[in-house]
Design a protein around this ligand. Sequence first.
Ligand code: NAD
Ligand code: WQD
Length: 348
Amino acid sequence: MLDLSPDKILVTGGAGYIGSHTVVALMEAGFDVYVVDNLSNSNIEVLNGIEQITGKRPLFENIDCTDYVAMDKFFTKHEGIKAVIHFAASKAVGESVTVPLKYYRNNVVGLVNLLELMPIHKVQGLVFSSSCTVYGQPDILPVDETAPIKKALSPYGNTKQICENIIFDTVHANNALKSIILRYFNPIGAHPSALIGELPNGVPNNLVPFVVQTAAGVYKKIRIFGDDYNTPDGTCIRDYINVMDLAEAHVSAVKRLIDKDLTMPEVFNLGTGKGLSVMELIKTFEAVTGMRVPYEIVGRREGDIEQVWANPTLAQKVLKWKAKTSVEDTLASAWRWQQHCMEAKNDK
Ligand code: NAD
Ligand code: WQD
C-alpha cells in the first residue's frame, strides 16, 4: 500500500539557533520532525516558540549525540526516519582553542555515531552543518565550492574539515548512505515572528548579537576588531545570511537527498553572494532601527580573516535555492527578537 504519511526527519541540535529555525521550515514544508538535543547551548522553551509558530510541537528527546547507546535506542524507537540534519555541535571558535578535546569529542564523535547508526536503522540521508571557515582566507572571491580547503585556524574549524572528510570516506565505502554538506557563511537574524531567535547565552562571540545587545544597552559599546584591513573602510567583510533563508536551504537539501540517488556527497555554499563590512553592518542596523550603536576601534582579533563572501550559484542551480531576505529586514528581525527577549525577561 502507498505510504502517504509525511517523511520523518531527525534534526539533531534542533533546539539551537539554526536548528530551531530549520525545524519551523521543515514543519511548514509538511515534514514530520523529530528533535534530539542535549540543551547544552539552548533551552527547552525554544520548543514553545516553534509550537506557537507552526501550531504543532515537534517530538523532542533530550539526548547527547555522543551517547551511542542512547542514539541507537532513539532510532529503534522511531523507525522510518528518512534523513538526518546534523546541527548538534559546539561552535565557539575561541573556546575551541582553550578546550580542543571538548570540540573533537563533541563534534566528531557525534557525527561518527550517526554514520554508524544510520545504515543499521536504514536511514539513508545526512545533511551536515559545515562552515565557510573551512576555506580560511580564500585566494579568490567570491568563494565557490572548488576553492581549496586551507589549514584550519582553530580546532573548531578543524572539526568541520575532519567531519567533511569522514563523510566523504564513509559514503564512498557505503553506498547505502547519501549526504549533502552545507557550508554556512554568517547566519544572522531571527524568525519574523520574533518567537525564536539566537539565544543570548553569555557574552556573545558574534558581531550581530553584540550589536543588538549594545543597542539595547546591555553593553556600553561594541569593540570593532581592527580597521586597518585591506578593505574599503578598513573593517572585515563577511557574507551575512538570513537564518530563515538558511533554513529553507535545508528543506531543499533534504528533499534532494530523499529524491535523488547521490553516489557521493554534494557540497554547497550557503551565502547571499554579497559582502558587508563590520562598519557597514553597524550603520545599516542604526539606519533600520533608529538605535545608536556606540563603538570603539580596537586591535585585530586573532584568527580573523580579512574578507569572505560566497559564490552561491551552485546552490541556486542544484538546490533551486537563493537567499532572498535583505540585510535590512534581517537586522530588523534581530532587533525585534532582542526586544522580545527583554520583554520576556521583564515579565519574569
Ligand atoms: P547552537 O549552539 O545554537 O545549536 C547547536 C545545538 O546543538 C544546541 O541546541 C546544543 O544544545 C546542541 N548540541 C550541542 N552538542 C550536542 C550533543 N552532543 N548532543 C545533542 N545536542 C547537542 O549553534 P548554531 O549556531 O545553531 O549552529 C548549528 C550548527 O551550524 C553547528 O554545527 C555549527 O557548527 C554550524 N555553523 C554555525 C554557524 C553560525 O555562525 N552559527 C556558522 C557555520 C556553521
Ligand atoms: C564577524 C566580524 C569580527 C564581534 C564566526 C566563526 C565561524 C562561524 C560564524 C561557526 C569579524 C567582527 C565581531 C565583535 C567585531 N561560526 N567583530 N566585534 O568570525 O566571521 O565567524 O562565526 O561556524 O566559524 O568563525 O563571525 O560574527 O564573530 O565576526 O568587530 O564584537 O565582526 O572581527 O570581522 P566570524 P563574527
